[in-house]
Design a protein. Structure first.
Ligand SMILES: Cc1cc2nc3c(=O)[nH]c(=O)nc-3n(C[C@H](O)[C@H](O)[C@H](O)COP(=O)(O)OP(=O)(O)OC[C@H]3O[C@@H](n4cnc5c(N)ncnc54)[C@H](O)[C@@H]3O)c2cc1C
Length: 325
């Protein structure tokens, strides 16, 4: 049986949503061989989070307590782990693909002389060999990598594996460690809010989001007019629309944009790549309008409208005006 350690991220006293998805990564690894998994949380006050994660996952969870100054500090985390791994051998170490982990895991892999694969989006079994896939070339190509090392460290893209169901176990199993960090070549000063203000999206009850399927910049007005039909609504969009300047970056939803939870999310001409859907998957009710019935958005939407968005929305607006008269 292979040993696996999940590194659980947290922010402002809450476990990151993407950390739960690491459990689905373990399921993907287990298609080849049974996996014995433990989780680890590092924080100045790790116990409440360790209890919460252990209750959700049913996994034994190690609460590593570190000084306040170690928060967001790669070198401190690195020394904490090197010390801990001494007594906890593993085949896989899995973490979310965050700025810190994308720095931490490669650094650890150098110390451990282990393989490190970052930004993994899928794991496939090919002729009895596990392949780890990730996007390259800005998402135009998919690279498949194979690990030739006894230990493999990997970071996982948020949204790529989906959130698993809660375990039936309810008694938390936690064990505690305290680690003093000595190695320090840089100092963590403070955590600041991002300059991108996504508050309009976070507060909206209804979000109408536009994708490349709207075809022309002028159609952003159409999307805005449609959004105006709803109270407390906002216009959002996919990353390509922000990249070409049709929308502002504070309107982008997805792994590199905002995470939103409106009551209603209407996706207009958006394909539904996980990099987008990861940011809206917790929406209450989802409507997708797409002329391609095979669009991935149709897999997760509550209502799928197989229409040309550029003619469907004017029809809805026209009908609405008629009924209001
Ligand atoms: C590291 C990384 C991070 C990323 N982060 C994000 C992110 O945060 N947010 C994000 O959105 N993307 C992100 N992306 C990009 C993501 O992978 C997709 O490329 C992007 O979401 C696609 O946008 P889209 O659906 O608007 O365009 P497309 O993929 O081009 O899809 C357009 C859709 O519109 C449909 N369509 C076309 N014409 C019409 C019409 N007239 N009527 C109805 N439907 C029509 C098509 O069938 C298609 O499904 C990221 C990519 C990478 C590699």
């Amino acid at each position: 049986m292979k040993q696996c350690i999940l590194l659980i991220d947290h922010e402002q006293g809450e476990i990151n949503r993407a950390s739960y998805e690491l459990l689905s990564v373990v399921d993907a690894l287990a298609v080849q061989e049974a996996i014995d998994t433990k989780a680890v949380i590092v924080s100045p006050n790790p116990e409440p989070l360790a209890v919460e994660f252990s209750q959700f996952s049913g996994l034994e969870t190690c609460a590593i307590s570190v000084p306040d100054t170690c928060v967001n500090h790669t070198t401190c985390f690195k020394s904490a782990f090197i010390e801990w791994f001494d007594g906890s051998p593993f085949h896989y170490l899995i973490a979310c693909h965050s700025t810190m982990n994308a720095e931490l895991l490669p650094a650890l892999s150098v110390n451990l002389k282990a393989a490190c694969i970052t930004s993994v989006e899928a794991i496939v079994l090919d002729n009895d060999q596990l392949l780890f896939e990730r996007s390259v070339g800005g998402g135009k190509l998919v690279a498949a990598l194979e690990s030739h090392s006894k230990q493999t460290l990997m970071t996982i893209q948020a949204g790529a594996f989906g959130r698993p169901a809660q375990s039936m176990e309810s008694d938390p199993r936690i064990f505690k460690r305290t680690i003093e960090c000595v190695e320090k070549h840089a100092e963590f000063i403070e955590l600041k809010d991002s300059v991108t203000d996504v508050s309009a999206l976070k507060e909206a009850k209804v979000i109408v989001a536009a994708g490349r399927g709207i075809e022309e910049e002028d159609n952003v007005k159409l999307i805005a007019e449609f959004a105006d039909l709803f109270k407390r609504s906002a216009v959002a969009g996919s990353r390509p629309l922000c990249d070409i300047g049709w929308l502002e970056y504070n309107q982008q939803v997805g792994v590199t944009g905002a995470s939103v939870k409106p009551d209603l999310y209407v996706a207009c001409g958006i394909s539904g790549m996980y990099q987008h859907t990861a940011g809206m998957i917790e929406s209450g009710y989802v409507v997708a309008i797409n002329k391609d019935t095979n669009s991935p958005f149709f897999q997760i939407a509550d209502i799928c409208v197989a229409e040309d968005v550029t003619s469907f929305i004017p029809l809805v607006l026209g009908e609405y005006k008629k009924r209001k008269l």
